[in-house]
Design a protein around this ligand. Structure first.
Ligand code: GAP
Length: 487
């Protein structure tokens, strides 16, 4: 049973230290969130799973970590300065400001969406305000979503020479480093470059908790292939691989679905994009409104490498990019051909993955006293805390000492905590709610037989384990993806 809605997760996340509203002491900052002690562990575990899966366990992917602020020219030649914008409208009745292309009636219903006149539709009253339902909306105008900043202490805010952007995607840092990585790591295509890091977009309508925020984290990989590769098939292959990875994180296949992005909605660089959608809104009665993008897999052609290269010329023989000092082409030794590799790009969000994982792991169970307990059935590899060491009697120094010693001995191999702040029932309930897969209880008998009780989060079953076997016993349950024993 996944969470019935995002609000259930918002309240659990705040109550238990996963995610807090940001800047709360000053009344908050709309749609900004801070990750607490458990949230940061969960995010790190998602990122580590992804990195291990792609960079360590495959032989054809390297990792990098590029700057967040890049030369402004990167965003000029990537096309983001000219095209990375959303259509914005205001409602004259309720004064709301909204993204026009998310409103009912914005797109014509027939299949001829390309080239339609949005403002004609707005003026004809065909588009409805999402807040009050009015059709009294302004014309749309384009709003560039890149955050602007100025570089240098003396810079005038309006000095174009000092203008820079916070990156809206991590991908461009990969493209401009393509040759650096390929030559230093002596790579032959096909190969990929992976990067995880923060991106920033001045979203018009952020919201739904960590689903859409202005600051977020991406896990992107650019996979470079020959121009004549079977690109569309490669997109499908990466879709399949990612579906398996998400399932490996514990997400139920029934809550994942594919969406082939229609041609007229493709980003400026894409020839084909398939989105993997997650059921973030199970409470909505209409099935088609339950889904939102979890990640996208795009075929970006050679658009980016070519755009950042010094050599390509237009029909008149003029350099398309007179500012670049490099040619990001690739020489293929076996065929003696030089070309710009084509790119398949799986681009996933850390925060959306975390939200999907939390929603899918949420479950409730009634104990024998008739009380409802929340159990977060996180895949053990993602659980912020792997084992909680609990003394049955906190007033018994020998038991407390033994429990603390066990915690210390486990700490080098897995994340363990010691907790004696309540009765055992309460302690179990707290660990269930934060997804700790195993609780280890030290009792009076432990002092005699050097054994402890290990309680399973999902079944509540208990077994007796020798302290000398404990680390190995617990570790068996924590094997990472793609190990089949993982979930
Ligand atoms: N380089 C391609 C690219 O950035 P995208 O579909 O715009 O593609 C990829 O973004 C992923 O990044 C999305 O599928 C989503 O998971 C995440 N993402 C994008 N915008 C986001 C936002 N405002 N808040 C949270 N996550 C976001």
């Amino acid at each position: 049973m996944p969470a019935p809605n995002i609000d259930t997760i918002v309240s659990l996340a705040k109550r238990r230290g996963f995610v807090f509203p940001s800047s709360e002491v000053y009344g908050g900052l709309g749609s900004a969130w801070d990750y607490g002690p458990l949230g940061v562990e969960l995010c790190n575990n998602v990122k580590q799973s992804w990195w291990r899966w792609l960079v360590y366990e495959r032989d054809d992917i390297e990792g990098i970590d590029s700057s967040i602020i890049l030369n402004r020219l990167v965003w000029q030649y990537s096309g983001h300065e000219a095209t990375f914008h959303d259509p914005l409208v205001d409602c004259r009745e309720c004064k709301s400001r909204m993204r026009a292309d998310k409103l009912e009636g914005y797109f014509p219903e027939d299949d001829h969406k390309a080239g339609f006149d949005a403002n004609a539709r707005l003026r004809a009253g065909l588009v409805k305000c999402a807040e009050c339902g009015s059709t009294n909306l302004t014309d749309e105008r384009h709003f560039n979503m890149m955050f602007r900043t100025t570089l240098g202490a003396a810079a005038d805010e309006n000095d174009p020479a000092a203008l820079a952007y916070l990156r809206p995607e991590t991908a461009q840092g990969i493209f401009i480093n393509f040759l650096n990585v390929q030559t230093t790591m002596r790579r032959k295509i096909p190969f990929g470059i992976a990067q995880v890091g923060k991106s920033f977009r001045n979203e018009i309508t952020p919201g739904n908790f960590i689903l859409r925020t202005r600051e977020f984290e991406q896990m992107e990989m650019e996979y470079f292939v020959k121009p004549d590769a079977e690109h569309l098939k490669l997109v499908d292959e990466w879709v399949e691989l990612y579906l398996e990875w998400f399932k490996g994180l514990g997400i139920d296949a029934a809550n994942l679905q594919l969406h082939e992005v229609p041609k007229e909605e493709l980003a400026h660089y894409s020839k084909r994009t398939v989105d993997i959608m997650y059921r973030y809104f199970p409470e909505r009665p209409e099935e088609e409104r339950q889904w939102e993008e979890l990640m996208g897999i795009a075929y970006r052609t050679d658009f980016d490498l070519r755009s950042h290269s010094s050599k390509p010329v237009d029909a008149e023989g003029n350099r398309v990019n007179p500012d670049s000092t490099e040619d990001l082409s690739y020489f293929d030794e076996p065929t003696k051909q030089r070309f710009y590799p084509h790119v398949i790009e799986p681009a996933a969000g850390v925060n959306r993955t975390v939200l999907a994982v939390l929603m899918d792991a949420y479950s409730e169970r009634t104990n024998d006293k008739g009380e409802t307990r929340v159990i977060l059935k996180l895949s053990p590899q993602l659980a912020p805390i792997k084992a909680a060491i609990l003394p049955l009697a906190k007033n018994k120094p020998e038991i407390v000492g033994m429990a603390k010693a066990i915690k210390r001995s486990l700490q080098p191999v897995l994340r363990a905590v010691y907790d004696d702040t309540g009765g055992i029932g309460k302690l179990y309930a707290r660990q269930d709610e934060i997804g700790t897969p195993m609780c280890v209880t030290v009792d009076h008998q432990s002092l005699e037989d050097e054994a402890v009780t290990v309680r399973d989060r999902d079944t509540w079953e208990q077994e007796r384990v020798k302290v000398s076997d404990l680390a190995e016993h617990l570790q068996k349950r924590l094997k990472p993806y793609p190990n089949p024993e993982l979930v």
